[in-house]
Design a protein around this ligand. Structure first.
Ligand code: ADP
Ligand code: MG
Length: 334
């Protein structure tokens, strides 16, 4: 039995600060080298545990602000909006100012996931028409005032004629030039597909988070989208693999993270397990990352947010599975 363990590429104690504690198991005929963290002394050991729990540290923001990140996928229903809401609120909780733009015009639902649907009075289209000010269209989150939502247009309307990439660039520039200062992150929730809505959503972005599920249709679309992003000059593309089921991977009924990584060749920002709490939280308009106690998927989204801040990534590697004896933290044993 072999297990697939997710580590950052550099397995030293400091890089463990953003590494995932999750272990994904799968049966593989191939035997590869066992990889264990090598802690020099007791302090390193306890630092690593503390850092996984992330009590004593704030991530350091890498890159120039605002970081304009498009959350995209190609295929619909793979978790783009869920990712935007959860990563966005995690970033806000970490103290960064965030504006999430719902660019999925026809099927707008980021407001629902955030529980802000009753507070959207104005949209970007009205800002561009001169019917309201930008700050009137920005909906402040009820829980984290440094998180704001901007919807492109009213629910169930089509992308307005003439609203394209240039309009979105204008909005991003307007956000940068706000009196209270530019936000740290502008997250753009992209529509499915690769037509006008997609092109509009990716235009102002300088980095992308590609959400995929470990199935062949989603991966094929993700691969196509990666090519289009690169054509558009977006070189910083990281992926989130969502709805992962270790039981299916173990039974070889689902592709492993390693397979996904090899197929897409992208840096891995996070791996999110399938979790019924995601659906429950969607229906309540209360993003999963706010749940107490946190669920596995919530923790995984939070860790993806940490990596996004630090422009870090992780790599899937194959390791031999050890018999379970000392509980959760046995992973750190020497
Ligand atoms: P997209 O924006 O890509 O169309 P959504 O974020 O709206 O996708 O998610 C589609 C559906 O999948 C939603 O019902 C959501 O609750 C569910 N979902 C997303 N991620 C997970 C997960 N990790 N576990 C369980 N359900 C999920
Ligand atoms: Mg969506």
């Amino acid at each position: 039995m072999i297990s697939l363990q997710l580590l950052t590429s550099n397995p030293n104690p400091s890089s463990f600060q953003t590494s995932s504690p999750f272990i994904f198991t799968c049966v593989q005929p191939l035997k590869r080298k066992t990889l264990k963290p090598n802690f020099k002394n007791r302090t390193h050991y306890s630092n690593a545990i503390q850092s996984v729990l992330q009590w004593n540290r704030k991530p350091e923001l890498a890159g120039e602000t605002p970081r304009v990140v498009v959350i995209t996928s190609g295929k619909g229903g793979v978790g783009k909006t869920t990712t935007t809401a959860n990563v966005g609120l995690s970033l806000a909780r970490l103290g960064f100012s965030v504006v999430a733009i719902d660019a999925d015009v026809g099927l707008r639902n980021l407001d629902l996931l955030l529980g802000l649907e009753n507070r959207v009075n104005y949209t970007a289209v009205e800002v561009l028409n001169g019917d309201c000010r930008l700050d009137q269209a920005l909906v402040r989150d009820k829980r984290w005032s440094n998180f704001e939502l901007l919807c492109i247009s009213k629910a169930r309307t089509k992308l307005p004629l003439g609203f394209g990439g240039k309009a979105l660039i204008w909005l991003v520039d307007a956000l940068k030039g706000r009196q209270e200062g530019s936000p740290d992150f502008i997250l753009i929730d992209c529509p499915a597909g690769i037509d006008a809505g997609f092109i509009t959503a990716i235009t102002p972005a300088n980095e992308a988070v590609l959400v995929t599920t470990p199935d062949i249709t989603s991966l094929r679309d993700a691969d196509r989208v990666t090519g289009l992003l690169e054509c558009d000059g977006i070189k910083d593309v990281k992926m989130i693999v969502n709805r992962v089921r270790t039981d299916l991977i173990r039974g070889e009924d689902m592709m492993s993270i390693l397979d996904v990584q090899e197929m897409l060749g992208l840096a891995l920002l996070g791996v999110i397990p399938e979790d019924s709490e995601v659906i429950r939280s969607t229906n309540r308009g209360y993003p999963l990352v706010l749940n107490k106690p946190p669920t596995l998927a919530g923790l995984a989204f939070e860790q993806a947010a940490w990596r996004l801040v630090e422009q870090d990534s992780m790599t899937a590697v194959m390791v031999e599975e050890e018999p379970k004896k000392r509980g959760f933290f046995s992973f750190f044993g020497g």
